[in-house]
Design a protein around this ligand. Structure first.
Ligand SMILES: Cc1cc2nc3c(=O)[nH]c(=O)nc-3n(C[C@H](O)[C@H](O)[C@H](O)COP(=O)(O)OP(=O)(O)OC[C@H]3O[C@@H](n4cnc5c(N)ncnc54)[C@H](O)[C@@H]3O)c2cc1C
Length: 453
């Protein structure tokens, strides 16, 4: 930051979460001359890209890391890592006592929607595992210094879901179980090859078939029909023929995924209970359902019981509740949704990114209601060989939010240089406490595990 910039009034904005959305909004505000403080709970700011997208997206993740780096490297941005709102940083204090011009909440959607069986959560990590923690483990467990939860995957697992993320989960299970079976035969498998080429072709190259491995495949249960899977959206005004073609495209995507990764699928089943033995979930009771007028109806309560040593819930990620921010159901309530304004006052509070959409993946890029939606889904799932920029849709949405926020802020009074300096001192104290010396790239070099995948 230049001397001159410190001597003129300016806006000081806090952005919570430094990933795709947070970094893009920080860049836009910084380019307009604001001092932007980016609070990030982790040491590295890559959010869903590092911890939510399975690590086989090697190139896309690397590219997006660098794009985030370039945005956060702006001289008007102060990066404050290892600072989690709700732990080291209190939202109400930030809003009412720091004296900021505004806050942008861009902390994503990391809370797994609850498994829809009452009391099931007492068995978390005892037979019942949630998707976000599982993918985090999958992405990091090979690092020497990994100290998060560890999962022993087992054959024949149950996955409850239906969206893209649940297909990621079945891919993780099928690939990991195949690797384990190969290892037991003294064969070093290649995770990336299995994901890229599919299980059977890779096994064939070693003279094996999936059936030879004696590994029960996992099974994905979905409460609606395959035609309803949220793999591409259908515009409400689509003519009947068009809507039908788009529904059929979903079935084709699932079919391709099953042929490549050899998992099983059951539509029209909703969990109604868990089977518990010795304090752990060992299965799920499912009700049979039907879809009528777009609604799911139970037609036979507890119709079947499926047993498995592991059940993974993958039914969506939502923003974490924040004390002080009103919510309606799963999403925050807005003073002005058009600009993402959550709370007005001397410090305005905005939301952006997955916080704003209220979802853990970017439905919008699947929303076009044309073949593009299906193409994105196929490319994402590795079914078409087509490459796409994984966070491009999210970044563009964030840019739109950033412009709106910058526009709304332009009418607001700036903070006098003394106020800016005192905020900066406060930020430096926190940076110092976490060992951040003020150089973003040097910090990354220090905290990036040498064996990060
Ligand atoms: C299955 C799946 C499919 C996807 N498909 C697409 C797609 O088709 N198109 C697309 O563009 N993107 C897709 N994405 C990627 C992803 O969801 C978005 O692109 C994007 O990464 C979301 O950005 P974000 O910045 O809103 O949230 P996140 O990436 O979640 O970033 C939030 C950041 O905030 C930090 N944070 C969280 N809580 C706190 C706190 N309390 N205090 C401080 N910091 C905090 C986190 O550590 C993180 O760095 C998909 C993701 C998944 C998992």
């Amino acid at each position: 930051m230049t001397e001159a910039e410190n001597k003129t009034p300016r806006h000081v904005m806090a952005v919570v979460g430094g990933a795709t959305a947070g970094s893009e909004i920080a860049r836009i505000l910084a380019e307009r001359g604001a001092l932007v403080i980016v609070f990030e709970q982790n040491s590295r700011p890559y959010g869903k890209i590092e911890d939510g997208l399975p690590r086989w997206h090697v190139k896309q993740r690397k590219d997006e890391y660098e794009e985030i780096n370039q945005r956060l490297d702006h001289p008007n941005i102060e990066y404050v890592p290892l600072t989690r709102m709700g732990r080291e940083l209190d939202f109400e204090q930030l809003r009412t006592s720091w004296g900021l011009s505004g806050i942008v909440l861009a902390h994503g959607a990391w809370k797994d929607r609850a498994f829809p069986v009452e009391g099931a959560d007492q068995f978390i990590d005892r037979g019942l595992v949630y998707q976000n923690k599982l993918i985090y483990w999958f992405n990091h467990y090979l690092e020497k210094n990994y100290d998060g939860p560890r999962y022993d995957l087992s054959p024949g697992a149950i996955v409850v879901g239906g969206g893209l993320a649940s297909i990621d989960v079945v891919k993780v299970l099928q690939i990991e179980m195949t690797l384990a079976a190969l290892k037991a035969r003294g064969i070093a498998g290649d995770m990336l090859a299995l994901e890229r080429e599919g299980i059977e072709p890779v096994l064939n190259a070693s003279g094996l078939k999936y059936g030879d491995l004696d590994v029960a495949p996992c099974k994905l249960y979905y409460r609606r029909r395959v035609l309803d899977m949220p793999l591409s959206d259908i515009p409400p005004d689509a003519p009947a023929k068009r809507a039908d073609a788009l529904r059929q495209a979903r079935a084709k995507i699932l079919d391709k995924a099953q042929r490549k990764f050899l998992f099983e699928f059951q539509e029209l089943r909703a969990p109604s209970g868990v089977v518990v033995e010795n304090g752990a979930v060992v299965g799920v009771n499912f009700s049979r359902t039907e879809v009528a007028d777009g609604q799911v109806r139970i037609v036979q309560e507890g119709a079947e019981s499926a047993r498995a040593p592991l059940t993974i819930s993958s039914i969506g990620s939502i923003p974490e509740p924040i004390p002080g921010i009103a919510q309606k159901g799963e999403v925050y309530t807005y003073v002005d949704q058009k600009i993402g304004l959550l709370m007005d006052g001397p410090t305005a509070v905005f939301a952006a990114g997955n916080v704003l959409t209220g979802k853990g993946n970017i439905k919008d890029s699947l929303d076009s209601g044309t073949e593009i939606g299906s193409r994105v889904a196929e490319a994402y799932l590795g079914l078409s060989g087509e490459e796409f920029k994984i966070a491009e849709g999210a970044r563009k949405d964030a840019a739109v939010s950033g412009e709106k926020i910058a526009g709304a802020m332009s009418a607001r009074q700036k903070i006098a240089p003394d106020g800016v300096s005192s905020l900066l001192r406060r930020v430096r104290e926190r940076q110092h406490a976490v060992g951040y010396e003020g150089n973003y790239r040097a910090w990354l070099a220090k905290v990036t595990p040498p064996d990060l995948h």
